[in-house]
Design a protein. Structure first.
Ligand code: DGY
Length: 312
């Protein structure tokens, strides 16, 4: 008998096909009346799969009395109330580690882009402005600059290691110093921002970090400082960021994530001192395959051995 799996996320098609072959899977969004479906069939499901961008509400969890495990496609768990799930006896698995490299690569790509104006320079060439002038404005040197990292988890550490190739001076802010970290801990986020040339945000999302990057932090970063966000849109007060960019109180921002994805404020699109990506930090074929494998392996391991490969 195949395990009954409820899919409430947005999964890559290949993963959806794969899970459909190995499990008795229902994709809730494909049901004509998801509410009626849940009312009739909720008790049959022992497993649930979702994705970082979608998560699962406590309301849905509370209607699945026999649910034993959630397997999340993604490292971000800000859309799942893990404590609530665990209190209900539901194990939560996710996909850490396998995306560290790609998210760190994207952070550095964004950092180089916003410092040197690469996306803006591309627009300049395409518009024929190279031929007509004026000259493209000078950028900001990256090598040897000061890199402040907000959040020194697995990805934060990978970003810090990337900086070695750029001879950067690195400091970080986290709730507490990270054991074995070779970089200087800065207990005050505002002080880190004041010190840094580039402030890279890679802390977890959720209520505890909502608007951690606020007006005061942006003011501390100052008119020569750049913000890079590869964490969650919720971590940055987007309204305060837009004001700071418009007033040139910071030099620029490079963003992979936004407060109300996929909505990106029009006003950001009109600014040249920003780089905007559609939340693609982990989006390479290799990494998405590894994430999909972990989603399946978590389920397989849970039902075969009673333990997740990557528990939350
Ligand atoms: C994650 O894994 O949480 C990413 O943000 C999804 O790309």
């Amino acid at each position: 008998m195949k395990i009954k799996l409820l899919n409430v996320g947005r999964l890559p098609p290949a993963l959806e096909t794969r899970l459909g072959q190995t499990h008795d899977m229902t994709t809730l969004a494909k049901e004509q009346d998801p509410e009626a479906f849940l009312a009739a069939h909720a008790a049959g499901f022992t497993a649930l799969v979702s994705s970082a961008a979608v998560g699962v509400s406590n309301d849905v969890l509370d209607r699945l009395p026999n649910l034993k495990v959630i397997s999340n496609f993604g490292v971000g768990l800000d859309k799942i109330d893990v404590a609530h799930a665990q209190a209900c006896g539901i194990a939560v698995g996710y996909t850490p580690d396998v995306l560290n490299d790609c998210v760190a690569d994207t952070a550095f790509g964004l950092l180089l882009d916003i410092a040197r104006g690469m996306s803006a320079a591309d627009r300049y060439v395409r518009k024929g402005q190279w031929v007509q002038g004026p000259a493209f404005p000078l950028g900001r040197k990256v090598s040897g600059a000061r890199l402040g990292i907000v959040g020194l988890g697995r990805i934060g550490r990978t970003i810090a290691r990337r900086s070695i190739g750029f001879d950067m001076d690195v400091r970080y802010h986290a709730r507490k110093p990270v054991a074995d970290a070779e970089w200087t801990y800065e207990p005050s986020l505002a002080e880190l921002a004041r010190w840094a040339d580039f402030l890279v945000v890679i802390t977890a999302g959720g209520p505890a970090t909502r608007h951690l990057i606020n007006e005061a932090v942006l003011n501390a970063l100052g008119p020569d400082g750049f913000l890079i966000n590869v964490a969650r849109g919720s971590v940055v007060d987007e309204t305060a960021l837009i004001r700071a960019l418009q007033d040139k109180r910071i030099a620029g921002a490079a963003l992979d994530v936004f407060e109300h994805e996929p909505e990106v404020p029009q006003v950001l699109m009109q600014l040249d001192n920003v780089v905007l990506l559609p939340h693609i930090a982990s989006a390479t074929r290799e990494t998405r395959q590894a994430m999909a494998d972990r989603v399946c392996d978590n389920l397989q391991s849970f039902f075969a051995e009673g333990r997740l490969l990557s528990p939350a």
